[in-house]
Design a binder for this molecule. Structure first.
Ligand SMILES: CC(C)(COP(=O)(O)OP(=O)(O)OC[C@H]1O[C@@H](n2cnc3c(N)ncnc32)[C@H](O)[C@@H]1OP(=O)(O)O)[C@@H](O)C(=O)NCCC(=O)NCCS
Length: 380
């Protein structure tokens, strides 16, 4: 079989769109060209040319492996900042599967970067990537809390006593409400560097280009920034309106999706309680409650922020939606109570593979393509 793997170029858009539409999902949001181009643009030196790979057999486009360029900081000897890729959307036309073509695209992509990450892989992909020395974490750690006891209860997978939810909701100190700020990318970069200075974290290097591309210029969601980059730190979040075509009663509910928590004090990554950072998060929760949110969640690979989150009143949900009190639904657009958890894989490979504990990584929901719209256009 004569297989040809090339970088994706714009002239292949229509053919690629056809492949995704017919063999992935007929209404996939990435069939929207603006969303597709924004997602795969990324930032850093690898964003200067296309890193996504397309596969041709007999001049027919039959495969795609998307990858999002970024810059990663690696806690190895002195912290290094290197280009890397987040794998996102891997597809071979069904009649060509199982013949080694998918792996061929992966091998070609591996040649482009020493650092690769992948969020939201299914079991087969986890198997393939594990064989290629990726470290696998079954699921992002998910921290959740109720903001409105009645609303939260309706979003629970496993019934728990309303009284328990009410007690938990009441125990959360609401804090003084704060409002979103206009983000200043220079200040955000300085905050990230100050926050993680001396902290052994494998993570995207959050420079100005990162903040601009990933959140400010997002073609999918409207992200909101809260806090003080020069002081307490920041919270990046968005409000997600619940969309349930089957049951209109849910459709006025909202959930606060916290995407980034960046403390101004680097000690927080080591378990220190910083009152200003805690007040900031509480202030965001107050704002969200007044905006009508029923619940809040935050997902991350590192357990380093756990002490601060527990202090505020968050609890951790495990990958099986336990304990029952913490069984907040997994997807809100459309509302689905249980979905596969977001798996996380990474590989740092120079002359040898560098292995890191999940605690020493800060990968969040927006790292791959797991924080983009799932329905497009977004439900009104
Ligand atoms: C995932 C997908 C792109 C893989 O493409 P494919 O062409 O079917 O896969 P390949 O034939 O190249 O590789 C699969 C096999 O090759 C093996 N393999 C071959 N060479 C390999 C190598 N050098 N290194 C590791 N594995 C190798 C894999 O382990 C796997 O074997 P197994 O399934 O028998 O264990 C394809 O199956 C697909 O489109 N699936 C549906 C969409 C999907 O689920 N995408 C992933 C979403 S996260």
């Amino acid at each position: 079989m004569n297989a040809d793997i090339r970088p994706y170029t714009e002239d292949c858009w229509n053919e690629l769109r056809g492949l995704l539409k017919n063999h992935w999902r007929e209404d996939h949001p990435l069939l929207d060209r603006a969303l597709f181009e924004w997602q795969y643009k990324g930032y850093g030196p690898l964003s200067k040319s296309s890193t996504a790979r397309i596969l041709f057999v007999q001049n027919k486009l039959i495969g795609f492996l998307g990858s999002i360029p970024g810059l990663y900081q690696i806690p190895y000897k002195d912290t290094k900042i290197v280009p890397g890729l987040a794998l996102a959307l891997w597809l071979v036309r069904p009649d060509y599967r199982g013949g080694g073509l998918g792996i061929l695209m992966l091998l070609k992509t591996e040649e482009l970067a020493h650092v690769l990450v992948c969020l939201g892989a299914n079991n087969d992909t986890i198997r393939y990537l594990s064989k290629r020395n990726f470290t696998c974490m079954e699921a992002l750690l998910r921290y959740i809390l109720p903001l409105d006891a009645e609303g939260y209860k309706t979003l629970m997978v496993k019934p728990a006593l309303y009284e328990e939810v009410l007690t938990w909701t009441r125990s959360i100190n609401p804090g003084r409400e704060i409002s979103p700020i206009a983000p200043d990318t220079l200040q955000l970069q300085a905050l990230w560097e100050r926050s993680t200075d001396g902290v052994p974290l494998f993570s995207l290097y959050r420079n100005e280009d990162f903040w601009r591309w990933r959140y400010i210029e997002s073609a999918g969601f409207k992200y909101l920034f809260f806090g003080e980059p020069n002081c307490a730190g920041i919270v990046v979040s968005r409000i997600e309106r619940i969309y349930s075509p089957e049951n209109n009663a849910f459709n006025h509910g909202k959930v606060l999706r916290i995407i980034e928590l960046i403390p101004g004090d680097s000690g927080v990554w080591h378990g220190k309680m910083n009152a200003d950072f805690i007040d900031l998060i509480r202030g965001v929760l107050s704002w969200a409650r007044r905006e009508g949110c029923w619940a809040a969640d935050f997902q991350c690979t590192s357990s380093r922020l756990r002490p601060v989150l527990l202090d505020i009143g968050f609890k951790q949900q495990d990958p099986t939606y336990n304990p029952p009190l913490c069984s907040l639904a997994g997807l809100f657009q459309p509302l689905k109570f249980t979905i596969d958890t977001i798996s996380v894989l990474w590989r740092i490979n120079f002359s040898e593979t560098i292995y890191l504990e999940p605690r020493d990584t800060y990968l969040v929901k927006s790292d791959g393509d797991t924080d983009r719209p799932n329905i497009w256009p977004l439900p009104a």
